[in-house]
Design a protein around this ligand. Structure first.
Ligand SMILES: NC(=O)c1ccc[n+]([C@@H]2O[C@H](COP(=O)([O-])OP(=O)(O)OC[C@H]3O[C@@H](n4cnc5c(N)ncnc54)[C@H](O)[C@@H]3O)[C@@H](O)[C@H]2O)c1
Length: 239
């Protein structure tokens, strides 16, 4: 099989790091693209990936990084729009507008900017996999700002899938429930909070990164699937 050029945003931590390792195991050439330059460098060296620093919320940074990757390694075959954050939490009536703005800029604007830059240059057979969240479909109090950005990511997934289909490019999303990563380390260490999350999950446990990664790799190679947002949530959306 052809060696694909795979770019994973937020590839220096958590789900992105696991996704980068999985594509490497498939024999692909992987670029860890992260705002944290030191972590991107270190993780790239540790797992055997290339690395590039970028801020997905900044148009100039995104365009420069996508040009650099394309010039150095060739056209991007797979883009995993994984970088994202909550940036804080709280009821909508009390939420700091700066937290809201940062979350929207990273998750929504960042996914748009990366899709625009990479999608414009992808060849037929290319694929984009966005990392959404089941929060887009099932609310949890205190995460309204974050969940709205993921609903926006699901909407972008459908629009981009339709617009890029004539060029033979597929766009899908993976929507995890809670996953044990640095992003969730705080609440996972709180026994009561963790038990409350686990009580919502029919399969009875919070996902590990390894539970989510195969869905990303699958959708990147699923030649007749486009426009879906695939829940990887231990059944949480059933409840
Ligand atoms: N962990 C969960 O429970 C969970 C559940 C559902 C969805 N998700 C989504 O999965 C994705 C990865 O989450 P994670 O838990 O691995 O988080 P994480 O905090 O472990 O990793 C996120 C990575 O994104 C990078 N990043 C943040 N802002 C960036 C920017 N502007 N430009 C480039 N890189 C940036 C960070 O430096 C970090 O390396 C996110 O989109 C998150 O919303 C996570």
């Amino acid at each position: 099989m052809k060696t694909r050029i795979v770019v994973v945003t937020g590839g220096a931590s958590g789900i992105g790091r696991g996704v980068a390792k999985a594509f490497l195991a498939e024999g692909d050439r992987v670029v860890v693209a992260d705002v944290d330059a030191r972590a991107a460098h270190d993780v790239g060296r540790e797992i055997g990936a290339e690395h590039v620093q970028l801020d997905i919320s900044d148009a100039a940074s995104v365009d420069a990084a996508v040009s650099l990757v394309t010039d150095r390694f060739g056209p991007i075959d797979v883009l995993v729009n994984n970088a994202g954050l909550a940036g804080g939490g709280g009821p909508l009536t009390e939420l700091d507008a700066d937290v809201f703005d940062r979350c929207v800029r990273t998750n929504f604007r960042g996914t748009f900017l990366m899709t625009r830059a990479a999608g414009a240059r992808m060849a037929a057979g290319g694929a984009i996999v966005n990392v959404s969240s089941i929060g887009a479909r099932q609310p949890t109090p205190g995460l309204g700002h974050y969940e709205a950005t993921k609903a926006a990511v699901d909407a972008l997934t459908r629009s981009a899938a339709l617009e890029l289909a004539p060029r033979g490019i597929r766009v899908n999303a993976v929507a995890p429930g809670p996953v044990l990563t640095p992003m969730t380390a705080g609440f996972a260490a709180d026994t009561a909070a963790r038990a409350a999350w686990e009580a919502r999950i029919p399969l009875g446990r919070i996902a590990a990164v390894e539970d989510v990664v195969p869905a990303v790799v699958f959708l990147a190679g699923a030649t007749h699937i486009t426009g879906v947002s695939l829940a990887v949530d231990g059944g949480q959306l059933l409840t």
